[in-house]
Design a binder for this molecule. Structure first.
Ligand code: HEC
Ligand code: HEC
Length: 383
């Protein structure tokens, strides 16, 4: 063999060989995330087969949820924020100042500035059951509706949002980023900023085995984090597990909650046998004789019977998630109870499960209302 041919063959074989060799890059095997399966919860979850939960995915989703990395530099310098993750702290400190109406303007202007954005945590605050806080009416936030808590959503298979228009949590992340009334961001810009950051490419690699960030992966990571928000340690859960007793008032309240001749709440909001404390279904609970909201359940189904119907929210952590109802009309739990007691409005669309509509409500005595409230308070989890 001529030396030149020998050389050629050696080089060619070496090239082929190295080309076929398994990549030197380490492959990451994310650690499966152990989702709790709390006592009496449904067994069916909405975890999709193409987005299994992993420790790394949940951690990345959490970081994205709280990161206002997407804020434009102009706004950062305008507000003199030293680091990109301070928006939520700042909102909290602003909330404690008397001029909190400034904040509402601020949310709107952050949203409306091109190239800028809010983070999920600008609105979803953990200490308020992942809602904003009592002052946040839809007007305040500039949104169609008041907020919903982020509680045990892995077990909701009926669509997300008050009217159930969003099919999956992955879709909800997309909707939250792109909706002009929520974050109002450009997904390509979000991906660009994440790709350019010092930290994110490595975290995406750990979670999804690729440094190439796509918006689909952003959706997957944040959806994993939202699924990990499991609440199953309220006083009522401890009672269900035989770890504590309820007081007599709380027990009376629970009996009222689960009896038709009592407060009659359980058909729509669950009970010990279904302790999500929501059915996740849609009802018109008699707030108004006439509904004028164009984003109610009927806007999704096209069925006029769904006029004024909304998804029944979970009553877990209810003391932390004011204001109440889709339009945030009630500022306190007392106002909600007053409504169910004597303020229910009849209409052709009211749910047949509002059995006491002809009396205008369930007509409990003041001490029964107090017991019902005491029971509802046992559904809130200590921090
Ligand atoms: C401007 C405030 C705001 C921001 C920012 C925001 N949200 Fe929301 N979120 C809302 C409001 C308001 C609703 C209720 C929407 C409706 O149904 O009309 C909601 C609803 C939701 C729901 C549905 C809950 C349920 O029970 O169906 C999820 C999930 C959610 N948001 C996740 C997110 C995520 C993830 C982000 C960040 C990518 C985010 N949100 C950013 C205000 C906000
Ligand atoms: C027919 C079904 C139904 C019955 C019965 C019912 N609810 Fe509701 N509940 C709903 C729906 C639907 C909503 C949301 C309505 C809206 O925003 O328009 C709601 C909202 C609430 C809220 C506000 C939740 C939030 O996060 O904004 C509370 C608190 C509540 N209900 C408690 C009760 C109590 C206590 C009872 C019994 C006295 C009761 N409900 C009976 C369907 C029902």
């Amino acid at each position: 063999m001529k030396p030149s041919l020998f050389l050629f063959l050696t080089v060619a074989i070496t090239m082929l060989w190295t080309g076929c060799k398994p990549s030197e890059e380490p492959t990451h095997q994310p650690t499966p995330y152990q989702m709790p399966s709390p006592l009496f919860f449904p067994t069916v979850t909405n975890i999709p087969s193409d987005n299994p939960m992993t420790e790394e995915g949940v951690a990345l989703g959490k970081m994205l949820f709280f990161d206002s990395l997407l804020l434009s530099t102009e706004i950062k310098s305008l507000r003199d924020i030293p680091s990109s993750s301070l928006l939520s702290t700042e909102i909290k400190s602003l909330r404690d100042t008397p001029s909190s109406s400034l904040l509402s303007t601020e949310i709107k202007s952050l949203r409306d500035t091109s190239n800028s954005s809010l983070s999920c945590s600008s609105c979803h605050h953990p200490e308020h059951s992942f809602e904003y806080g009592p002052e946040a009416s839809p007007d305040f936030l500039g949104t169609h509706h008041a907020m919903l808590p982020l509680i045990n959503l892995a077990w909701n298979t009926n669509g997300f949002g008050w009217n159930g228009s969003v099919a999956t949590l992955e879709d909800m992340v997309y909707a939250a980023y792109t909706d002009p009334t929520e974050i109002n961001a450009d997904t390509a810009e979000v991906v660009k900023r994440l790709q350019q950051s010092d930290t994110y490419p490595a975290l995406f690699e750990k979670a999804f085995n690729t440094k190439t960030i796509t918006f689909i992966l952003v959706e997957k990571a944040i959806a994993q984090y939202v699924r990990s928000l499991v609440f199953c340690n309220s006083k009522f859960d401890h009672y269900l597990r035989g770890e504590t007793q309820l007081s007599q008032d709380e027990l009376n309240g629970y009996m009222l909650f689960i009896t038709e001749e009592g407060a009659d709440c359980f058909h729509c909001h669950g009970s010990a046998g279904s302790p999500l404390f929501t059915t996740n279904l849609f009802y018109n609970n008699g707030l108004d004789a006439q509904s004028t909201d164009s984003h109610d359940r009927s806007s999704v189904t096209g069925d006029p019977h769904d006029r004024g119907a909304y998804r029944a929210p979970s009553l877990r952590n209810i003391t932390k998630s004011a204001p109440y109802m889709h339009d945030g009309r009630f500022k306190t739990l007392d106002e909600v109870l007053e409504f169910y007691n004597s303020g229910v409005q009849n209409s052709p669309y009211i749910s047949p499960l509002m059995h006491h509509v002809n009396d205008g409500g369930v007509l409990l005595t003041p001490s029964e209302v107090a017991d019902l409230k005491a029971f509802l308070e046992t559904l809130t989890e200590e921090d």
